[in-house]
Every structure is written in C-alpha cells, then in structure tokens.
Write a protein that binds this ligand. Structure first.
Ligand SMILES: O=C(O)CCC(=O)C(=O)O
Length: 250
C-alpha cells in the first residue's frame, strides 16, 4: 500500500513539499536524541563538525566559541548505528518511494543542530543549487527531534518554488553559497510546524530556510537526502557508487 495518498502525492508535486507530522515513536526519539547529543559532544571535542554560521575553518575554538551556532555533522550514518538504521526506516522509505519510485539510493545525510539561545539561521536556498544533480528529482526527509516552531528554527518553504531552479552563486573565499533571500518573493512562504519525531519531505529545488533559535529550547534536526540510481552530479560525474542503495526493486 502506498505510504501517501494520491492527494498527498499530488500536493507534493504541485508544492514541492509535504508535511507528515509525527513519524517516529517516543522511545525511538529518545534513543536518537541520546545518540545525537553524544555525537555532537564528541564532535565538539574531536573537531569533526562544521559551524555553518561562520566561514569554513578547522579552528576548533573558533567553531565552538562563535556567538552564532549552526552545527552540522555530515554522514551521521557512518558514525552511529542508530542513524545507520534510521536511513533504512521503513515508514520513511515508504514515503520516499511514493515520491521518487521504488529504487532509492542515499545521496547523503546530515545532522543540523541549532543549540538553544544562539542557534543561527540557514538562509534561503534550493538544495540543488549546491548539489547540481541531474535529474533534479532528489527528495529530502527532514526530521526533527524537538518540537519545531517559528521561534526555534522550524522549516520555512515557498510552495511551488521547486518548478523554477535558480542560480546560486558561490563565494570564492568560503566556498559557501550566497544568500538568495533578497532575490526572491518570500511573501507566500509557509512555516512547517512539527512535533518532536515529526517529518517533512521536500523536493531538491524547493526554496527553504530556517530562522535563528534564540529560545531556551534546542532544535535538533536530521536530514536524509534520497536520489534515484544513476543520478549525476555537476559536470555529469556519476554520484558515488558507494552511496548505499536503501531499497531496490529489480
Ligand atoms: O535544519 C536546518 O536548519 C536546515 C535544513 C536544510 O536546509 C536542509 O535540510 O536542506
């Protein structure tokens, strides 16, 4: 049975996102929170994370002590078995299958942590502005381990924006992409409120951003980016064969 109704699938294709609500059980959320905190604590000591709020640097003190914190661990699934298991979680893959079909490969995953009080924003962007993948039909599952609202860093999306890819310019100094917030009309943006353990899926061209977190509540999120086998990257390089196949129907 498809995980999403026909109406939900149509909504996704028209709007470029779908909010799912609570997807994970409470005891599962507890385990994922514990492991998330453990991984970030280790990463903050062994320098295996990025602080997206500052220019790319290996300076551990600079990353840890920056007044703004938007912390990222890439490929949690290679560090932690609970997150390895999560990328194969059947209810998540069932939804991904409804959106991109039965052959699903991991592009990558990432933990995105906005600590309480000084969590920083992620500016408006389309994921494929970074990735430059073809065909541009990747979908992401964005999961939150805390209640996410407008104040602590919920996702904002612009419905229908996935139908128009935009140029994203890269800074030669930091390799980061420039904020394109001033080039787009954000008046139709929607805020996706999610409970802890909730999920939303978005298309790789959907414009999205998250606000700073100045609340006393942390916002721990985890994103899984799915592609179909054969997806190519910038200059038509095949995406790594070593990205695991998560589901295969041959
Ligand atoms: O978690 C966030 O704050 C931003 C996430 C995001 O931009 C993404 O998953 O593409």
């Amino acid at each position: 049975m498809p995980a999403l109704t026909r109406e939900q699938i149509a909504f996704f294709h028209q709007n470029g996102y779908i909010a799912i609500g609570k997807l994970l059980e409470d005891d599962h959320i507890e385990i994922l929170r514990r492991e998330y905190d453990r991984e970030f604590e280790a990463a903050r000591k062994n320098n295996r994370f990025r602080n997206l709020a500052i220019s790319n640097t290996d300076d551990l003190a600079a990353k840890n002590n920056a007044p703004a914190q938007m912390l990222q661990i890439m490929q949690m699934c290679e560090r932690n078995m609970h997150y390895r298991q999560l990328i194969y979680h059947a209810p998540i893959l069932d939804i991904a299958e409804s959106l991109i079909g039965p052959n699903i490969q991991l592009y990558h995953d990432q933990a995105l942590f906005k600590p309480a009080h000084n969590g920083d924003a992620v500016f408006w962007h389309q994921d494929n502005g970074y990735w430059q993948c073809t065909p541009a039909n990747l979908v992401s599952c964005w999961l939150t381990l805390d209640d996410a609202d407008a104040a602590n860093g919920a996702m904002h999306v612009i419905p229908g924006s996935h139908l128009r890819p935009l140029a994203h310019e890269r800074s030669s100094q930091t390799d980061a992409l420039f904020d394109i917030g001033d080039q787009i009309d954000t008046s139709t943006a929607k805020i996706i409120y999610l409970p802890a353990g909730g999920a939303m899926f978005h298309h790789c061209q959907t414009l999205h951003h998250t606000s700073p977190n100045h609340t006393p509540r942390q916002r721990r999120a985890f994103a899984i980016h799915f592609m179909i086998p054969g997806t190519k990257r910038e200059q038509y390089m095949p995406v790594s064969f070593s990205c695991p196949m998560l589901r295969m129907h041959i």
